[in-house]
Design a protein around this ligand. Sequence first.
Ligand code: F6R
Length: 242
Amino acid sequence: MIEFKSKEFHIKRIANCISEEIKLRQKFDQHLVLGLATGSTPIPLYDELVRLHTEENLSFRNVYTFNLDEYCGLEDNHPESYHTFMNVNLFDKVDIPRENIFIPSGQIEPLFERDYCEGYEQTIKDLGGIDIQILGIGRSGHIGFNEPGSSVDSITRKVKLHDITRRDAASDFGGFDNVPTHAITMGMKTILSANRIFFMAFGEAKQEITKRAFCGEITDDIPASHLQKHNKKTICIDFNIN
Ligand code: F6R
């Protein structure tokens, strides 16, 4: 389903859906597994989840989270790491148990990368899979850090970042050359295995690539285009903002 509504509408709707699902699971003493993205797109969603926690008593005690990706070579406490991003924007502000939080490490020795990534996949499976996946899109067409050429069968692994992706991150890192060249990302298969997906694209800069992803052919050259095949997704679009 592709929905052209305001960004505010999308954010409220996704947050309410997550909140209702968390509460439903709590009634039956079950947990909920969220797949989470970083970047500017989901920040208002995390703000709304924090508001639901502080103002409406939504508890995250039965929630597990798996982040899509992390830059290789960054310590967890690096200001631009996705660990820091998640702590600042969500985890430090809600009551999620620390042991329920999973974010790929950017600090794995090359020798152990493969085992580490397989372990990340296994942990997702052990918890029953991802119930709700939150996604943004990069101008390269990536979801997570699955850059053009990523196979639909790919799982969590180390990847080389596209130059467009590194250019878009350059200002955060104080220059293109400071942006890490590699990252660990969940794979396309990992993402497409999620039970439900909320994809968000806000602002004019995302219009062209989003159109190619959802109105063009399905191709590894635009990894997000594989979302066309997912049967429980909501495409939340608002291009009328900067
Ligand atoms: C980050 C991630 C990326 C971003 C994408 C858009 O965890 O998965 O795919 O969603 O790069 O980033 P923003 O939202 O900053 O435009």
